[in-house]
Design a binder for this molecule. Structure first.
Ligand SMILES: [Ca+2]
Length: 222
């Protein structure tokens, strides 16, 4: 009997309610009545919930160190300062050694070249001439073929033949001074002032101080 009931219920309920359990009972006439099922069909998925709170910060990544960042900002600040200085004082070139340089436009002799630089607020170049890297940059920027006869710089052996001294009082070490090949040669015994010739990579030549062909290369502090 129970087996028959089971088979009957299964055959009535199973087609539409494959996953559910049918609830049944007998009525007073011993007829099997289906009451329903314990669960309905599965509904549509509900809407997404609200976004959760922001989580705590993660660990520090492999970024640049403070030192590197500081160097980068220092370099940017220096570049900006240089641009501002150039804008505020466009006649003078600000070199990497912190001094300013300018070639004056009138060729003259050594003595007058000194006076011209003084009148312009500087002196014949000395400090920047002792550093080849600095000198190279200065000449790359300023020494055009408009001055191709050459430039006066602040170096002489006027006081004592063969003893070259910069105008700021520093003795020029012969080995460390950037003389051109075979110079200083004191040609005809008359060459006691130093010049830079055009197209000679910034090297020095001694020349008569009275020559009026050269342009003053002036230098002044910031
Ligand atoms: Ca010479």
């Amino acid at each position: 009997m129970w087996l028959l009931i089971f088979l009957f219920v299964s055959s009535k309920c199973s087609p539409g309610y494959a996953e559910e359990i049918c609830l049944v009972k007998y009525d007073t006439n011993s007829t099997l009545v289906k009451l329903g099922v314990s669960e309905g069909l599965r509904g549509e998925p509900g809407r997404s919930g609200k976004r959760g709170p922001i989580g705590p910060p993660g660990p520090a990544g492999p970024g640049e160190s403070d030192t590197v960042l500081r160097q980068r900002y220092d370099a940017k600040i220096a570049a900006l300062e240089a641009r501002l200085n150039a804008l505020s004082d466009p006649e003078w070139y600000l070199a990497t050694n912190g001094f300013r340089y300018r070639i004056l436009n009138r060729p003259t002799d050594f003595s007058d070249a000194q006076d011209q630089c003084t009148n312009a607020g500087g002196k014949l170049a000395t400090v920047g001439m002792r550093n080849k890297k600095v000198k190279t940059k200065i000449l790359e920027f300023l020494f055009t073929d408009a001055y191709k006869t050459g430039l006066w710089i602040g170096l002489t052996d006027i006081e004592e033949q063969g003893s070259w001294v910069w105008l700021d009082g520093i003795t020029a070490d012969e080995d460390a001074t950037d003389w051109d090949e075979h110079e200083p040669n004191n040609h005809e015994g008359r060459e006691h002032c130093a010049q830079i010739r055009y197209g000679r990579e910034g090297t020095y030549n001694d020349i008569p101080c009275s020559s009026e062909l050269y342009y003053p290369l002036c230098e002044r502090g910031v």
